[in-house]
Ligand binder design. Structure first.
Ligand code: ZN
Length: 214
């Protein structure tokens, strides 16, 4: 079974939820760059100070800083057996750096969750998230209006309106397509259809990761 896993896929593919579930199954940490950056800033580490300065200027965290944040995270003991990375690498530069970071570890498996563009637009348009913790709401939670994790109120994401969704897709295609091309055609690359229910997608993901490590 593969234990060093990268999930890539478009916004709205349910990557975060799938990464969480897969990590629990493999008994390795899920490493989300969004969480890592928030944590670094909150803890006030030297690296967090750099991240905070970049964000305060309204800029995106660049490759070098992001790679450094991930490098520190992968060095923690809980990530020694493996990890599920979600949100990194996002660029070819980061992917190349990741290969260096993984020197001496087991092989890497990159799973691409594929969802047609029309389906992504439909999903993002309908997405409801917790206003307190940011978790995507399940249909049951959406009906109850309360987050199942923290009890917070739910609402539509501010960046999910149709125009913003198309812009995010455009940015995703521009930035991530080269990354996908970088991995496609290599033996570490796998594909999972992301169009089924979350349970169906997860089952395919787990099967793929199990087979990848053999
Ligand atoms: Zn919540």
């Amino acid at each position: 079974m593969a234990l060093n896993v990268v999930l890539i896929g478009p916004p709205g593919a349910g990557k975060g939820t799938q990464a969480e579930r897969l990590a629990a199954r493999l008994n390795v940490p899920r490493i989300s760059t969004g969480d890592l950056l928030r944590e670094a800033v909150a803890q006030g580490t030297p690296l967090g100070g750099l991240v905070r300065a970049v964000m305060a200027r309204g800029e995106l965290v660049g490759d070098d800083l992001m790679i450094e944040v991930v490098r520190e995270r992968l060095e923690r003991p809980d990530a020694a057996p493996g990890f599920v990375l979600d949100g990194f690498p996002r660029t070819v530069g980061q992917a190349e750096a990741l290969e260096g970071l993984l020197a001496g570890r087991g092989p890497l498996t990159v799973v691409e969750i594929r969802v047609p563009e029309a389906e992504i637009i439909r999903r993002l348009g309908a997405r409801v998230v917790c206003r307190a913790c940011g978790l995507n709401a399940t249909p049951d939670e959406a009906a109850s209006g309360r987050c199942g994790r923290c009890g917070g109120g739910l609402g539509q994401r501010a960046d999910d309106s149709a125009g913003v969704v198309r812009e995010r897709l455009r940015v995703f295609a521009r930035d991530t397509q080269p990354l996908v091309e970088f991995y496609r055609g290599r033996s570490l690359h796998r594909e999972v259809e992301g169009t089924g229910t979350p349970d169906e997608v997860y089952a395919a993901l787990e099967r793929t990761v199990t087979e990848a490590g053999r």
